[in-house]
Design a protein around this ligand. Sequence first.
Ligand SMILES: C[S@@+](CC[C@H](N)C(=O)[O-])C[C@H]1O[C@@H](n2cnc3c(N)ncnc32)[C@H](O)[C@@H]1O
Length: 269
Amino acid sequence: MAQLAHDHPEVASAFDSLAGQYDALFGHNAISERLRQKIYSTIDFWVRPPAKILDINCGTGTDGIHLAEKGFSIVAVDLSSRMIAEANRKSQGLPNAQFLVASYENLDHIAANEFDLVLSNFGGLNCTRDLTEVGKQVADRLKPGGYFIAVVMPSFSLWETFSFAIRRDFKKALRRLNRAGTVTQLNGISFTVYYYSPGQVARAFSAGFEVIETFGLNVFSPPPHAWKAAKRFPALTAGLEAIDDLLCRLPVLRSIGDHNVMVLRKRLR
Ligand SMILES: C[S@@+](CC[C@H](N)C(=O)[O-])C[C@H]1O[C@@H](n2cnc3c(N)ncnc32)[C@H](O)[C@@H]1O
């Protein structure tokens, strides 16, 4: 079969190779659980069950399953068929959650003007160099006035830069600034990650969306992959998390977390 531009076989293979270990490695530690709760509070603020939610890079389905259990109606897609197999295995018996293999760059087979909210959690959008096309795809799926919550790795992260710089790894400390993207490896499979500032995200989506909220995750506190170090210093970690909670919406600080959360609203036109 012909290879389509939105297939991204290297990204699919990389995440396929991770699917069986994903939850154990990244999905469920104290830090990622805390971040997920922040995303769920943000969703709860804007929509109520039985609203329809489309997750456009669902991974192993952790968010979709949680939201379906709360009464939301979920359609969730991911490029990686093994991620979707994990999601289907975990979600058995949930009638209001559907998990499908698809790219967020081509959602034509998902109903148009149907969803109250679209979610892209934890850096899925950092796998594309064409945010504008994704914005069109997402806008077409949403009802007028619907919400798009995008959790994106920005082009500068205070925590990441600092933690690599103190180890004198200056190449990695500055890797997010490379506009051409950064080649990354998962289980030995290479693919390119593109980092986007909130301004770049806002511009890419500006035809279809207005930005209504932006805040940073892990501006001062350790991100999920540093959970082992964080566990050794629980009081310090709790203190830094409290500072994040207080300051994460301020200009500049909201743009330099490990991830940024952006809430966008589809224009009424
Ligand atoms: C870091 S994981 C995040 C998964 C999940 N949202 C979570 O919170 O655990 C990024 C996911 O984005 C998916 N992804 C990357 N490019 C994609 C694309 N073009 N369309 C759909 N999913 C994609 C990957 O397969 C992977 O499962």
